[in-house]
Design a protein around this ligand. Structure first.
Ligand code: C2O
Ligand code: CU
Ligand code: CU
Length: 497
């Protein structure tokens, strides 16, 4: 597969070059210090993986559900028997789940009791820019509030919300400020996919700890973050019945790419991606997720005898010296006895609308200073300036964006706010099937790779961002503003290169 090949190429680049390693990590990455907690000493598969609580609305009318959330510090047991200070929504790590229905508005009043400003972004959502959680639209620390309105005028999708305060989101998300938001609709509900206790969101990420069990944040510290977590626990286990489960996977890590595979190499089904279900289920043996991406999978455990344990492995290419026993495994499934199962995965999951013709073409190159000396990162040669509009878009326009990773060693990815897009091509090859054929809002870009995307900018006027979703890179400047407006401006025809 195209994606697999490019991952391997990137892996070769990473493992073949020290410069490349320095790159991905950038300045600041430092070898384990004496004060670090050795990840090798953390007991694996001893804690159960929790399923995040579903948040209850404070009030519901027919047209809207109202929620209250408080961002505050809390203590979490990430490592067995130890306590870690984290930044949370409502004290939960990861945050509570909001369940929403297409066509019913969700209104969330956020109160910031942290000691840093925040901006809450609902990733993947089609929302007015006033509720998008833009990098400059901050909620003051120490009790500031903001009310976000999510119209949910889009089909079902696995969304997630996280901090987006410029120059701070990288650390604040790392310290825990992320949660999932599951939007459903009648298309998804008409299917008999595994549901209830058999439908489980799993937020994946990594981290590094000091010997007090506290999170260590160093910008660009890919190599230091070797503790993998699922739903806020380091290397947990999850008990499953011998039947089908639906897992909604979220990569909430700042930098880490995951390639998830059952340790026995056996097949499962991928049924969805960022923007909801695929048209048809795919039979796969792995799913790849760059930071910010989601995958929806169905695993049938009925083939395993009771008592089986099975690791969910991470086979993404690693840096030389990366400890495989740490970054190579995510969690352990423990299969108990059989259970009734009336769920099924149909041959057709949904129909996606035909692509309208595009009228505007643009190109974007993502690159960072690979020497690691300046710590700067760019889109089309410029670092982020919150006061500069980089791309003017006519309301309603359908555009094709060619996005290239201009670096030699460093992977990036590309995330666009406001819209779900379609991937037309990857490295010149048409994408007509496979995991990228559904609706997407984030796509990986291995060094030198190019993707061609198509999006229609409709629904809202206003200013939004696009950026690399490796948060540390966005923080270094790999982010830009686009503005959707009905005013036809001459400069629209001279897009920034
Ligand atoms: Cu999940 Cu602008 O990001
Ligand atoms: Cu987003
Ligand atoms: Cu990047």
């Amino acid at each position: 597969m195209i994606q697999r090949r490019s991952v391997l190429v990137a892996g070769a680049a990473l493992t073949g070059s020290l410069g490349g390693a320095g790159l991905l990590l950038r300045a600041g990455s430092s070898p384990a210090r004496a004060a670090d907690l050795p990840a090798s000493g953390i007991a694996q598969f001893t804690q159960p993986m929790p399923v995040p609580q579903v948040l209850k609305p404070t009030f519901t009318s027919g047209a809207a559900a109202y929620y209250e959330m408080t961002m505050k510090e809390a203590d979490a047991e990430i490592l067995p028997g130890r306590t870690t200070r984290v930044r949370t929504f409502n004290g939960a790590f990861p945050g509570p789940v909001i369940k929403a229905v297409s066509g019913q508005r969700v209104v969330v009043r956020q109160t910031n009791r942290l000691d840093v400003p925040t901006s809450v972004h609902l990733h993947g959502a089609h929302v007015p820019s006033s509720s998008d959680g833009s990098p400059m639209d901050l909620i003051a620390p120490g009790g500031g509030t903001k009310t976000y309105t999510y119209p949910n005028s889009q089909p079902h999708a696995n969304l997630w919300f996280h901090d987006h305060a410029h120059h701070m989101e990288s650390e604040t998300v790392y310290r825990g400020l992320a949660a999932s938001y599951l939007l459903t609709d009648h298309v998804e509900q008409s299917l008999d996919l595994p549901s209830g206790a058999y439908d489980v969101p799993i937020a994946l990420r990594d981290a590094r700890f000091d010997d007090d069990g506290q999170l260590v944040y160093v910008m660009g510290d890919y190599a230091g973050r070797t503790v993998l977590m699922a739903n806020g626990k380091a290397w947990p286990y999850f008990t499953v019945a011998a039947r089908k489960y639906r897992f909604r996977l979220f990569n909430t890590a700042n930098l880490r790419f995951f390639t998830l595979q059952l340790a026995d190499g056996s097949a499962f089904q991928q049924i969805g991606s960022d923007g909801g279900l695929l048209e048809k289920p795919l039979e796969v043996t792995s799913v790849a997720l760059s930071p910010g991406e989601r995958a929806d999978i169905v695993v049938d455990f009925s083939r395993y005898p009771a008592g089986t344990t099975l690791v969910l492995a991470n086979t993404a290419p690693q840096l030389p010296g990366d400890p495989a026993d740490q970054v190579g495994q995510v969690l352990q499934f423990r299969v108990t006895g059989p259970a009734a199962d009336t769920s099924r995965v149909p041959a057709t999951l949904r129909h996606l609308p035909a692509l309208p013709p595009a009228t505007v073409h643009r190109s974007f190159v993502l690159a960072m200073d690979e020497t690691g000396l300046t710590g700067e990162a760019f889109i089309n040669g410029r670092t982020y300036d919150m006061d500069r509009i980089d791309t003017e878009i006519e309301y309603g326009a359908t555009e094709i964006w060619t996005v290239t990773n201009g670096n030699l060693f460093t992977p990036h990815n590309f995330h666009l706010h406001l819209v779900q897009f379609r991937v037309l091509e990857r490295d010149g090859k048409p994408v007509t099937s496979g995991p990228e054929s559904g609706l997407k809002d984030t796509v990986p870009l291995m060094p030198g790779e190019t993707v061609k995307l198509q999006a229609t900018f409709t629904g809202y006027e206003g200013t939004y961002v696009y950026h690399c979703h490796m948060f540390d890179h966005a923080d270094m400047g790999m982010m830009a503003n686009f503005r959707v407006s009905r005013t036809r401006r001459a400069r629209r025809h001279r897009p920034v290169r």
